[in-house]
Design a protein around this ligand. Structure first.
Ligand code: 3AT
Ligand code: MG
Length: 345
């Protein structure tokens, strides 16, 4: 097996680190962006309240507007938490919500009541932000909090996440509708990479407790969503590891280009290590839809493989992209080359 020589001289990573930090600074939203989105959310909350007051409706932000990995003009992912007993099925709620939003002059309102996750899409008339509202997606609210907590422990977590997300977008492997990985899956992989460094840069929040406390279970929709959320006490956690961002980006590519065991391993943020496909009962594909070629365990919904959309042909593409990125990074090529827009030939 041919392997790319590993650069060990930290000097070689100075340029890439500088470029990655510059990219991070360019991509991250300006201060106040979260507050701006919360304001939009508050206004929407008021606007819908009276129509659903029996179900005690509450809108929550999730996804990149609230997980600290948002790009400037990213869509707002919103979940309407509501008592369905009083207001009907998600399908009906979506249709009713669509009517209300149209009446209130929101732009480009489109309802998708029959989608796997029923949603209503629109553009907010004042901020012109694109919004998606889904119904009672409570686990997503929790996994957003988990990701956000990880992002605050060590600045390199946020930086690596942005670089990987940008790279995946540029290389067109962040397209779940085309069978590659969602942003969420890429972020989970990046955080897991930082957990598995030696010494680790991130802890395993789902296994942690405050000193002297026992680990409790917090159940939501039959899943344990507990995690240690006091990130402020963990600010020094990653400091024994002095790796630069350039080194980490290169290492992330190397891991999946050359080290990862695609046949047997499952990426697990929940445990901070690897599980086997065998023990997850993901060794044999049981239906046509859910692939088990690239296996990434959802941190809360542990039977859910975040890579289930990746089929053989997309797996090949993703593997190729890791090898390409690693080769370029390890030979000192600039970040702009590594993240060059993919053009089909
Ligand atoms: P973008 O900035 O929009 O690219 P994002 O973090 O908002 O990134 P997504 O739009 O992919 O990520 O997803 C929005 C949220 O939906 C993130 C997560 O809470 C949930 N989510 C996405 N994909 C999955 C998945 N495969 N399984 C479970 N939850 C998911
Ligand atoms: Mg999103």
């Amino acid at each position: 097996k041919k392997t790319t020589p590993i650069i060990t001289d930290p000097q070689s990573f100075i340029q890439l680190t500088d470029e990655c930090v510059a990219l991070f600074n360019e991509l991250k939203p300006i201060a106040g962006e979260y507050a701006r989105r919360m304001k939009v959310l508050k206004r929407l909350n008021k606007l819908i309240y009276n129509y659903f007051s029996d179900g005690k409706p509450q809108l929550h932000l999730f996804g990149s507007s609230a997980n600290n990995f948002g790009m400037k003009n990213a869509d707002m992912d919103i979940s309407l938490v509501i008592d369905e007993k009083h207001v009907g099925s998600p399908k009906r709620i979506v249709l009713r919500l669509g009517d209300i939003l149209k009446r209130k002059r929101m732009l480009e309102v489109v309802c998708l009541p029959r989608a796997r996750v029923p949603i209503v899409k629109f553009k907010d008339e004042f901020s012109e932000l694109s919004c998606d509202i889904c119904i009672n997606n409570t686990l997503a609210i929790h996994n957003t909090q988990l990701i956000s907590t990880y992002s605050k422990i060590d600045i390199r977590a946020r930086q690596l996440g942005y670089v990987i997300k940008h790279w995946a977008k540029c290389r067109q492997i962040n397209e779940p509708y085309q069978g590659t990985l969602s942003s969420y899956a890429w972020i989970v992989m990046a955080l897991h990479y930082l957990q598995t460094r030696n010494p680790p840069i991130l802890p395993v929040l789902q296994n942690m407790t405050a000193p002297g406390e026992e680990r409790k279970k917090v159940e939501v929709e039959g899943h344990d969503v507990y995690f240690y959320s006091n990130w402020d006490s963990l600010r020094e956690f990653g400091t024994p590891n002095t790796s630069s961002l350039g080194e980490l980006v290169t290492g992330f590519f190397r891991l999946y280009a050359e080290e990862f065991d695609w046949n047997d391993s499952v990426v697990s943020l929940r445990t901070g290590g690897y599980l086997t496909k065998e023990e997850k009962q993901w060794a044999k594909q049981t239906n046509d839809r859910d692939n088990i070629l690239l296996t990434i365990e959802d941190p809360f919904e542990v039977t859910h493989n975040l890579g289930r959309l990746v089929d053989r042909s997309n797996l090949k593409v993703i593997k190729y992209e890791f090898k390409r990125a690693y080769k370029l990074a390890a030979s000192g090529k600039p970040l702009s080359k590594i993240c060059e827009e993919y053009v089909a030939d």
